[in-house]
Design a protein around this ligand. Sequence first.
Ligand code: 2HG
Ligand code: ZN
Length: 465
Amino acid sequence: MTQSVVIDELMTLVDPGKVLTDPASLDAYGKDWTKHYPPAPSAIVFPKTIDQVQAIVRWANRHKVALVPSGGRTGLSGAAVAAHGEVVVAFDYMNQILAFNEFDRTVVCQPGVVTRQLQQFAEDQGLYYPVDFASSGSSQIGGNIGTNAGGIKVIRYGMTRNWVAGLKVVTGKGELLELNKDLIKNATGYDLRQLFIGAEGTLGFVVEATMRLDRAPRNLTAMVLGTPDFDAIMPVLHAFQGKLDLTAFEFFSDKGLARILARGDVPAPFGTDCPFYALLEFEASTEEVANEALATFEHCVEQGWVLDGVMSQSDTQLKNLWKLREYLSETISHWTPYKNDISVTVSKVPAFLRDIDAIVGEHYPDYEVVWYGHIGDGNLHLNILKPDHMSKDDFFASCAKVNKWVFEIVERYSGSISAEHGVGMTKRDYLGYSRSPEEIACMKAIKAVFDPNGIMNPGKIFAPE
Ligand code: 2HG
Ligand code: ZN
């Protein structure tokens, strides 16, 4: 069968006009936020129902066509990139909130529900969906589940995994599985739901998700604190964690702050220049809590861990302080950064960062390095900015050489080469730094159970064989 006949058959499986092959759509839907791989899908298909998703997967099995799922395509690891003639399955038309249960505090979402849509829905019910990150205005729930997205509130609320009560998935065989049925307690053997969370669409596609909500936070208040060096950040974390239930503890370097302030639309937190900054957040639910935060701040200043600081007094100030951290990724994207998303246990962070910094300083002496991340979770984002005069390919090739040494350090510290962005295509060749050969063999065997023909997002997580 020729390719056009195969695509004609695909068109009969979905609503009229819901298969696109024009160059602009192929370009837009064939990539995520990574800039490493030129998009080259053969078609984009937009199912509207679970039945249609099943029909598409069965069609793909019949014709051995590779499928790539597409949500908001805000990923940073190339997991939603179609670079080899795959058909992209885009969930833009499966974007409804289907049900809400106020007793269970659950919301049934189609995979194309945008994260902010769910957050807003929760707020409208007087509740809270706590998984949050800068791309929440475009990322979709299906994609969040696919990468087990983390973000800025993990220290208190955990990753997306914690909020998935139940899943409906279409496996690589085209079967529909209903996983966990939204139960809190369910001790009936393997929890297959967990396998599909963070699987990057390699086992099957999420076609419905029941998400849990939490009570709304009370009077969220942020502090930005400037520290004399990186080492001071950890005792600050420890001091605040001893006194308050933190909802966030983030950090960024002076270089990151400089890039944010250069935008001209975000106010400086205070006048003192510091090499590193911590942003922490807590619920100032009573005056005592706010006073405790101030007393802890003063203690940190007395100890020499903090040089200057500010605490938000209004919602506007809270939002402005968060912009210092949340705008970083988008602001530096202009310099085509080479990214790392690495993690270790929190206690190992100071030594780990010192070792990585030494390697980076030695091998990237001419590149600007911007550090930021979710330090309270042991998750560091290392961004190397491309010098203007260098081509993208030369720059990425030179960074890839150093990557090996960075990942050797990650391995030595028993860390992860991908804390929250996923493996995708960008890190598949390095999986062995975080997972043993035995583990990888088990993972591949699991994939073969759900996707025997290898049509579900091939080349992601594992390198093609
Ligand atoms: C963040 O924490 C995101 O801002 C993006 O995970 C990280 O830009 C990055 O490297
Ligand atoms: Zn992050």
